[in-house]
Ligand binder design. Structure first.
Ligand SMILES: Cc1cc2nc3c(=O)[nH]c(=O)nc-3n(C[C@H](O)[C@H](O)[C@H](O)COP(=O)(O)O)c2cc1C
Length: 298
């Protein structure tokens, strides 16, 4: 879904009139007419789901109480999910973790200085700096695998060491790496090029509701969640942990960015459908959960 379609549906479903929709959604009269003709079914679906959505947050908290839980798939002996995705594509190596220059900054300073930064200098990130941010947020320092269990251990905590988050990078300005959408392999500490068409960057900007920092960033880190990795162990309660895990990653991105004289802005306002599409995800299995725009300070 692009921003125009979203805008039309959003304002139409809220009962705005034609002129208001054209203005607020920034669409032409022709586009309005086109949507009127073609989006009737989608609007009907939105109307039918809305009463359910009204209380979804409170229902989620209530229904994921332990008292309502059935035995988890793990307890029932269902085979374990893998700890990491395998993505095919051109491999781009990064400076080895043991070789990168670890920046010197006190924790006190990093925490004190941290702010959400939405405007960046044109300076690219170096590969060392990018590697450091990935080290802090996503890199797997250990991988343990047997028939019953497969886990990674990272510099962020995760409920049950399930680490359900995958890391994608929308690289725009990193020294020596061509712009494009990449997957980060947390064990091999390398990138896998998924798509370097210029439209991909636009799609991500649109998906992030045209927030300026996404277009200006040196890199946007897009975190997705693979819910079953956690649900296998914790049932539906596991969904709570996906969001808690993502928060830890976000904070480490912030602090690591600070350490390399960069800044970050976490992004929760994005169009789910558009971002899942941009990453080619089947949302029932994996969905975008959190995004961070990052760039050098001006
Ligand atoms: C979960 C979450 C989602 C956020 N989403 C956005 C966003 O979509 N756009 C944005 O500009 N800032 C976003 N922010 C940044 C907050 O606006 C920011 O943290 C807040 O204003 C406090 O400012 P500070 O981070 O500089 O202390 C988000 C922050 C969090 C933690």
């Amino acid at each position: 879904m692009d921003m125009k379609t979203f805008g039309y549906l959003y304002y139409k479903a809220r009962g705005y009139g034609q002129l208001e929709i054209i203005k607020e959604a920034e669409i032409s009269e022709e586009e309005y007419e086109f949507f009127e003709k073609n989006l009737g079914d989608v609007l009907a679906e939105i109307e039918s789901v809305r009463p359910q959505a009204e209380n979804a947050g409170a229902d989620f908290v209530r229904l994921t109480r332990y008292i309502y839980e059935r035995e988890s798939d793990q307890a029932l002996g269902v085979p374990r999910p893998d700890a990491v995705k395998v993505k095919p594509g051109e491999i781009v190596s990064l400076p080895a973790i043991g070789k990168i220059t670890m920046p010197e900054i006190t924790l006190h300073k990093a925490m004190e200085q941290r702010r959400s930064l939405r405007e960046y200098s044109d300076k690219p990130l170096t590969q060392d700096e990018l590697s450091f941010i990935l080290w802090a947020s996503s890199w797997a320092r250990d991988f343990r695998s047997n028939e019953r269990m497969e886990i990674t251990l990272r510099n962020v905590p995760s409920a049950g060491a399930r680490h359900p988050l995958e890391t994608y990078l929308d690289i725009r300005r990193v020294e020596g790496i061509k712009p494009g959408l990449y997957y980060y392999h947390p064990i091999k500490h390398c990138l896998v090029l998924l798509d370097n068409s210029p439209e991909k960057a636009d799609q991500i900007f649109e998906g992030c509701m045209r927030q300026g920092m996404v277009a200006g960033a040196a890199v946007n880190i897009i975190l997705s969640a693979v819910p079953y990795r956690t649900v296998w162990r914790y049932g539906q309660r596991g969904y709570r942990y996906l969001y808690l895990d993502a928060g830890h990653v976000g904070q480490n991105i912030h602090l690591a960015a600070e350490a390399v004289d960069a800044g970050a802005c976490m992004i929760g306002a994005y169009l789910d459908e558009a971002m899942d599409d941009a990453l080619n995800l089947n949302a029932a299995e994996e969905f975008v959960i959190y995004i961070a725009s990052i760039g050098k300070k001006s």
